[in-house]
Ligand binder design. Structure first.
Ligand SMILES: Nc1nc2c(c(=O)[nH]1)N[C@H]1C(S)=C(S)[C@@H](COP(=O)(O)OP(=O)(O)OC[C@H]3O[C@@H](n4cnc5c(=O)[nH]c(N)nc54)[C@H](O)[C@@H]3O)O[C@H]1N2
Ligand SMILES: Nc1nc2c(c(=O)[nH]1)N[C@H]1C(S)=C(S)[C@@H](COP(=O)(O)OP(=O)(O)OC[C@H]3O[C@@H](n4cnc5c(=O)[nH]c(N)nc54)[C@H](O)[C@@H]3O)O[C@H]1N2
Ligand code: SF4
Ligand SMILES: [Mo]
Length: 728
């Protein structure tokens, strides 16, 4: 009931005009701009009715009226605003620039803005230019953006999956030969056991809760692995079911409160139990996988004490889950940021794959591995080649399509773009959506590094803090969100389904399609004599033109041209139910003998996990509440009652949380969380997360598991400043 009221309140809060706009978008069948699950209008891919608070809320944000220009004249005031206040200022509908030291933004014409950017690009060495995309743009815009960058001479292109599921793409490719999940939503309805690891789906991917509740109701086991007891994973109200609204639906059948980073040990424990109790599918492992023996002998040789110590789970509980798993004929594992946001994120992913391979749970219905992705078009960003180390084969396809010779050297990953900014080596940073200052670790370092970049360009719908750093020159360009994009645009969902969102609303102000901006820049650069012969090939005149290019270059997208709203193009290349044949040489999955990570926390200290609430979409915070976790404020640290008692603090008491990167003054919130673990909200808590220490294979930051100390704030210090987050 609460959810329905929230959804209604969210819609009404935006005013009648916004409500009409939202209804129009929902009726159009366009793809949701929230998470990656890819609802079309009010229908999901199974044709079932579905609405969620975050999806509507995101839609509402883009329906905000244009920003009032007088607000833009006061940079100092803008800098004091929170993310929510900046969003509420309204939509960015004109190009604008701010120079270092200027009092505010100046509204300029498209001509002026584009000339400025083209001139800056022309005088900057290509290797000092970087592009970042935040998975919100259409495939058509992203394809043109990466092509523009490569034609310009740089492979410094990356997308938000670097901060998110890059360890999945990399890990799954190594194991199965393809970087996407091996199961679909339908498979949840056929599984006897579902592992849900490191995900707060009720807040972040509400759609899957209907399937989880349904699975539970028909008797499937749902094993949740998480250091926090997420209330929505215990019981949840599905808005589309009256019974569920009235009584709630049960979700987890087994809740495993692992240590932060304890997943590998927990999963190895299950494999050890299976190995010791004749629970492995030896035929499958022999025929369909390679490398199992090394993992099994390592796991057999690891003493139970080490597994219990590292996982934080009692041997009895590990064994009980092992027994349960052995009795399931079809099992699948879904996971999210609790797995990827670690120094050993890719290793974590590989161990999830090992767990599923152990009993032949890949390549058949009701089984498999599902990473639950983040942004609505993060999957499309990858497919459109918006990442720095694209396979040479794909570069060759671009070369032969356009008759050019492109660099094959890997470009920079997003954190490297920032880090090079600190050293004066990134001279132009181009953000296509996104908010790198708030999304990246170590806010003080990132702020300073990004400020050193002389030219910052941002295509956006709202202002955010990354645009207010005081760079030598900041250029903000108004982008059309997908449902306003002239000619419409396509996206790819978590399930690799490509859908087309039509233009439903008229564009606001001077906002333009994002692909158009790159076509204009290419034309100007060509006139300036910069790579003219190549860049002139970007003379696309509309979405249909670009779709033809995508169809010719990107395997699986051949059917894109002419795709209509409501139709689905399924991109192939996934390992689904082909009887366990994998697209690797020899057709077998590769087992990695993943080692136990070092996740020990010194006595008295805490492992800090940074999480999101249902009142935010990443760095866009629209209200302070976390309904699912029962707090109304964000400047809190979630602590177990036992830890709070040990520290001598009660609910609401001021505390200081300190890491090697920074410190924060917040208040204690007592929660059902494992002892020795504490949680704070991203993006504020990024001041505490060190910049280095990301995933060894992909550089995805280690957003879960920063070692921190917590102490009560003394009365004197508590009076001096109100709770808030500050630097060291
Ligand atoms: N409303 C809303 N929806 C969103 C977003 C949003 O900001 N708001 N963001 C979107 C994006 S980009 C993404 S990537 C997804 C993120 O979706 P999630 O990954 O569900 O979101 P997080 O808040 O990062 O929560 C991660 C969960 O992992 C748990 N966890 C932390 N460390 C560990 C660990 O070591 N082991 C295990 N097993 N669990 C751990 C945390 O307790 C938490 O429950 O959501 C998408 N959907
Ligand atoms: N500590 C900590 N840090 C994290 C995380 C964490 O769990 N903990 N999670 C990480 C994850 S998973 C991710 S994905 C990143 C997210 O990192 P980003 O993708 O960089 O951040 P977002 O908040 O999603 O981007 C918000 C901005 O996108 C722009 N925008 C919104 N809609 C549109 C649109 O339709 N078109 C265009 N062009 N622009 C638009 C607006 O400027 C808005 O302010 O953050 C990461 N950072
Ligand atoms: S679950 Fe995700 S895709 Fe579905 S409506 Fe909510 S935000 Fe949109
Ligand atoms: Mo993400």
């Amino acid at each position: 009931m609460d959810t329905i009221l929230n959804v209604t309140a969210a819609m009404l809060a935006q005013g009648p005009r916004a409500v009409i706009e939202q209804v129009k978008v929902l009726r159009s069948g366009g793809v949701c701009t929230g998470c990656s699950l890819g609802m079309c209008g009010t229908k999901d891919e199974l044709g079932e009715f579905h609405l969620c608070y975050q999806g509507l809320r995101r839609l509402g944000e883009s329906a905000f009226p244009p920003i009032v220009s007088k607000e833009l004249a006061h940079m100092d005031r803008l800098r004091r605003m929170s993310s929510a206040e900046l969003s509420r200022l309204g939509r960015v509908v004109y190009p604008m620039i701010a120079e270092e030291g200027s009092q505010g933004f100046e509204i300029v014409s498209w001509e002026q803005a584009l000339d400025l950017i083209a001139a800056a690009l022309a005088r900057t060495a290509p290797e000092q230019v970087s592009f970042y995309v935040s998975g919100r743009s259409s495939n058509e815009s992203i394809y043109v953006a990466q092509l523009f960058a490569r034609m310009l001479g740089t492979n410094n292109v990356d997308n938000c999956s670097r901060y998110c599921h890059a360890p999945s793409t990399y890990g799954l490719s190594e194991v199965f030969g393809t970087g996407s999940g091996t199961a679909s939503l339908e498979d949840l309805d056929a599984a006897d056991l579902i592992f849900l690891i490191g995900s707060n789906a009720p807040g972040q991917h509400p759609r899957v809760l209907s399937n989880l509740a349904r699975a539970r109701a028909r008797g499937a086991a749902i094993v949740v692995v998480n250091p926090i007891v997420e209330r929505g994973l215990v019981r949840y109200s599905i808005p589309s079911s009256l019974k569920s609204i009235l009584f709630g639906s049960r979700i987890a059948s087994h809740y495993v409160r692992v240590k932060v980073g304890g997943d590998i040990a927990f999963m190895q424990g299950i494999v050890k139990w299976l190995a010791e109790n004749n629970g492995l599918d030896r035929d499958f492992l022999h025929q369909r996988a390679e490398g199992w023996a090394a993992l099994e002998s390592a796991v057999r040789a690891t003493p139970w004490e080490a597994l219990v110590e590292s996982s934080g789970v009692a041997r009895e509980q590990i064994s009980a889950v092992g027994r349960l798993y052995a009795s399931a004929s079809r099992a699948l594992a879904m996971y999210c940021m609790g797995i990827t946001h670690h120094t050993y994120g890719t290793e974590n992913v590989k161990m999830v794959c090992n767990l599923m391979l152990a009993r032949g749970n890949v390549g058949k219905p009701g089984a498999g591995v599902i990473p639950i992705r983040g942004h609505s078009n993060v999957q499309g960003s990858g497919s459109m080649l918006m990442y720095p180390a694209v396979k040479e084969e794909m570069i060759r396809r671009l070369e032969s399509r356009y008759g050019v010779t492109l660099s094959k050297a890997p470009g920079l990953k997003a954190p490297e773009m920032i880090e090079r900014g600190a050293r004066g080596l990134t001279r132009l940073l181009y953000m296509i959506g996104g908010n790198l200052v708030d999304a990246s670790p170590d806010t003080s370092f990132t702020e300073a590094a990004m400020r050193r970049v002389p030219i910052l360009v941002a295509q956006t719908v709202h202002l955010n803090r990354s645009m207010l750093l005081g760079n030598k020159m900041t250029v903000v360009l108004p982008a059309q969100p997908r449902h306003e994009q002239e000619g419409g645009g396509s996206t790819e969902s978590n399930w690799r389904q490509v859908r087309f969102s039509p233009q439903v609303l008229p564009p606001k102000g001077a906002a333009r399609p994002e692909w158009w901006i790159f076509v204009q820049l290419a034309e100007r650069l060509a006139k300036l004599g910069v790579r003219g012969e190549w860049l002139s090939k970007l003379s696309f005149t509309g979405v249909a033109d670009i779709q033809r290019e995508i169809a010719a270059v990107i395997p699986g997208y051949e059917g894109l041209p002419g795709l209509k709203p409501g139709e689905t193009l399924r991109v192939g290349g996934r390992s689904l139910h082909e009887g366990g044949r994998f697209p690797r040489a020899g057709g077998k999955a590769r087992v990695f003998a993943v080692r136990l990570p070092d996740n020990a926390v010194p006595p008295g200290k805490f492992a800090l996990i940074t999480v999101r609430a249902d009142g935010q979409f990443n760095t866009e915070v629209w209200n302070d509440r976390d309904k699912l976790r029962g707090t109304k404020r964000r400047d809190v640290v979630h602590l177990s009652p036992a830890d709070a008692a040990r520290l001598g603090v009660a609910e609401g008491a001021a505390v200081i949380v300190r890491s090697s990167a920074g410190q924060a003054r917040v208040v204690a919130h007592l929660a059902d969380i494992r002892e020795g673990v504490c949680a704070m909200y991203f993006p504020e808590a990024n001041r505490l997360v060190p910049f280095s220490g990301g995933d060894e294979s992909t550089a995805t930051p280690n957003f879960k598991g920063t070692v921190v100390e917590i102490e009560p704030a003394t009365a004197r210090r508590a009076l001096a400043t109100a709770p808030g987050v500050e630097s060291a």
